[in-house]
Design a protein around this ligand. Sequence first.
Ligand SMILES: Nc1nc2c(ncn2[C@@H]2O[C@H](COP(=O)(O)OP(=O)(O)OP(=O)(O)O)[C@@H](O)[C@H]2O)c(=O)[nH]1
Ligand SMILES: [Mg+2]
Length: 568
Amino acid sequence: MKVLRRKEGPSLDSRLAALLEAAKLGEGRVSEPAVAGARAVAERAGVRRELSIDHTVAALAGATGSGKSSLYNALAGQDLADVGVTRPTTSTAQAALWDGEGAGPLLDWLDIPRRHSAADDPGLSGLVLLDLPDHDSIRLSHRLEVDRLVEQVDLLVWVVDPQKYADAALHERYLRPLAGHRDVMVVVLNQVDRLPADAVDRCLDDLRRLLDDDGLPGIPVLAVSARTGRGLDELRALLGERVSKRKSWSARLAADITAAAEHLAAAGPAQPVDGDRSPQAVDGGTSGGGKRLGGAERALTGALCAAAGVPAVVEAVAKGHRHRAVVATGWPVTRWVRRFRPDPLRRLRLGGLSPAGRAVRSAGGRADRGADREIVGRTSVPAASAVQRAQVETAVRDVGEVAAAGMPGAWAAAVRQAARSRAPELADAVDRAVATTSAVGTRRPRWWRAVNVVQWAVFAAMLAGALWLGVLFGMDYLRLPQPPLPTVGVVPWPTVLLVGGVLAGVLIALLARLAAWAGGRRRARRTGRALRASIGRVGEELVLEPVEAELDTYARFKEAVDQARAHA
Ligand SMILES: Nc1nc2c(ncn2[C@@H]2O[C@H](COP(=O)(O)OP(=O)(O)OP(=O)(O)O)[C@@H](O)[C@H]2O)c(=O)[nH]1
Ligand SMILES: [Mg+2]
């Protein structure tokens, strides 16, 4: 006995733990009754195994008048229960005990105060036999009592009679839903003394056929008569065998756990699914799901980029670069005019130099590394159009849809919901990503400073030439003697300085502008790539990650359900 118990104990333990884990993971996702049912089973199992496992509780259940009380009395060897002519007779359950020592707490838990000792029968030692009220009673209290005890007992003996063995109430409400409990159920056809001898087998065959249809093939079926005692020895032997094995209680719990796990696996969504295209599993097969998810992810990044105004930002980066290049390297004589024109990047409040607002540090990452400055508030990139917003919404939905493909309804709904769960944060997060990432576009190349120095040197030379010429002009005007004038070839130095300075300044400005034009393009391309990468990361964090977390939860749920369902 011990060996058997030990063999089943741990497996029942781990299955119970798995069932509880599945219930926890399914909470809020699959329908509440399934979760509550699993918890109830786990709780019941926990209590039952703490109580006497040396006793086996068998219940006689069936329709009124089938002869439950008569059988109960016959087995107990004394008239313990009323057998009446008015129907229904039995209104509360009572128990007959064979060596019932230690069964008290078990009967307390079953809430059965009426207990009797049965006539001695070593073969049945350890049996606790219950006489139940009728399951299809006109009295609600009878039905409630039956339903409660049918859930709790270790072994169910369904007593039927030749008239009512096909009753839908019995087959549809009890036998079919308990198809997984075949190992802990027995069907007894009572009152066979009322049938002609040749009709008994026909009746038994018909009953077996019905039970096959209920999903209970091979369940023990006995023909008995409480009145004549026919078949009672077989029934005693069968009960005695079950009682001596002391396995019914664990077999019952195992069947309960399997049923609860199956219920969880098949449960619908916790909340009614609204707005979803399909409440049921979409096209089956998750093979290639990863690839399709990748496609949906790219589409999402694309939609987010468009909504974030990436093309406008990229253009502004190029233009802004050229603008600042002109301010930094242009001909000093004319470059100041540029200052009156706004910086295209700054106009979008990018490049982050605005003094007010909440500072947002760049959140790290390759593209952000250069933007080691504080970025402030919202950018002024034009808001996404209604169409762009709708496209983002569709892309978010598609991610959920693709990820949910092939999943059971409840979980598909949870995955779709997960995809949308953080969507409201997208706009701000993307804007922040644009602000930090586009700041890379504002860094000044080193050569600007060098060119600037040269520009000012050339400007100084030009100024020197002009001054020199001015002095010469003044002296000439005042008819002062001309100082000696050094020349380059035939051209005097001050003229060389002035004209050369102008030409060199303009030429340098033009060349720098050319370089800045190419640089702006390069920088725009780089910024575009960086923007797509950082916006992609936003989509990953706010859409993909919740979806993946949900998929992971489902995987763990499925594993737990499979573990709970597994037969020992
Ligand atoms: N002929 C015959 N009559 C039986 C047999 N078993 C019970 N009866 C009769 O059938 C009637 C109902 O028997 P009960 O034992 O009270 O039936 P029950 O299933 O307990 O009915 P409730 O308590 O109302 O649910 C009684 O009149 C019994 O005498 C049997 O094997 N053969
Ligand atoms: Mg009765």
